[in-house]
Ligand binder design. Structure first.
Ligand SMILES: Nc1ncnc2c1ncn2[C@@H]1O[C@H](COP(=O)(O)OP(=O)(O)OP(=O)(O)O)[C@@H](O)[C@H]1O
Length: 282
């Protein structure tokens, strides 16, 4: 088994929205950032993976196994984090431990306590009295305490300050040191992707725009800037997307198709995404 997650032609329709033929693979031992604007379909995809929403079409395999047929077995080995902590807010972290050790066979109380200490989460404070950052850290500690092989997180760092975000990203890096472990996390924060993602999957209006290795993505594209007239000199087949601005045009190009005489800027992930959403095909 080389892929932790394999999604092929996943489709799901709501009245005003549909996921269309969503296809991507998360190679084992890697971190994938799942990005897209509000309402692009990230949460819907994640819920389909976890069978919290029934897919209409397509194939989803986790650890090489069908996600519905082997749901219980798969879930023992997954840690899930949504954008907030969904437990009764009168419970405190110690009471959460007492409940979860009965649910998960592999719940590791010592590791859970170690994570709470590391994150400075008070053991006896009810969840409702914890700050958002603390609730997210508690949620991540809960997701890790049964030693999953795959973490699936829906916007785990949104709304958190840079220091807390960094602590969480560090923990993800530690988790991935075991090459059997993998992470899929959705985010709007492209600097988080720049820091830790190996792969980036970009979804727009329910369709996957690209799912690529981050370094290849950043290396393969370049941004050319100039006037519309000058842009005629670029080979047509090298042009991927074009945007007009007050001074002329900016073109996202396939670097290997462009002669080194042309000056190209290095794109950021955010710029590449904006080209695909706002730019036109030249
Ligand atoms: N149960 C539902 N019934 C009907 N429409 C839904 C349902 N769940 C989600 N949608 C719609 O599906 C679309 C995609 O929503 P989704 O939550 O997957 O987006 P997202 O990429 O996670 O967005 P965000 O970044 O804002 O969290 C939205 O237009 C949303 O309104």
């Amino acid at each position: 088994m080389t892929n932790a997650i394999e999604v092929r032609n996943l489709s799901k329709r709501f009245s005003q929205f549909q996921l269309e033929n969503v296809t991507f693979q998360l190679p084992k031992g890697t971190i994938m950032g799942f990005v897209g604007e509000n309402g692009a379909g990230k949460t819907t995809t994640i819920k389909c993976l976890l069978n919290l929403l029934k897919k209409e079409q397509g194939e989803i395999k986790i650890f090489g196994l069908d996600h519905v047929e082997h749901e219980t077995e798969i879930k023992e080995q997954i840690g899930v984090v949504f954008d907030d902590l969904y437990v009764p807010d009168i419970l405190n972290p110690t009471q959460i431990n007492n409940i979860f050790e009965k649910i998960f066979n592999r719940w590791d109380e010592n590791f859970y306590v170690e994570l709470l200490k590391r994150f400075k989460i008070p053991f006896k404070k009810p969840v409702k009295q914890l700050s958002r950052g603390m609730r997210m850290k508690l949620s991540i500690a809960m997701a890790l305490a049964h030693h999953p092989k795959l973490l699936i997180l829906d916007e785990p760092t949104s709304g958190l300050d840079p220091i807390v975000r960094d602590e969480i990203l560090d923990l993800f890096m530690e988790f991935i040191q075991d090459e059997d472990n993998s992470i899929l996390f959705s985010t709007h924060i492209t600097s988080d992707l720049e820091k830790i993602a190996d792969y980036i999957t970009f979804i727009h209006e329910g369709k996957i725009v690209f799912s690529k290795n981050k370094d290849e993505l950043l290396y393969n594209y370049g941004i050319w800037k100039g006037t519309a007239e000058q842009s005629m000199e670029l080979p047509e087949h090298a042009k991927v997307r074009m945007q007009k601005n007050a001074f002329g045009v900016e073109i996202l190009v396939d670097r290997k198709e462009v002669n080194s005489a042309f000056t190209l800027d290095k794109p950021s992930i955010e710029e590449i995404m904006l080209f695909f959403v706002k730019g036109v095909q030249p």
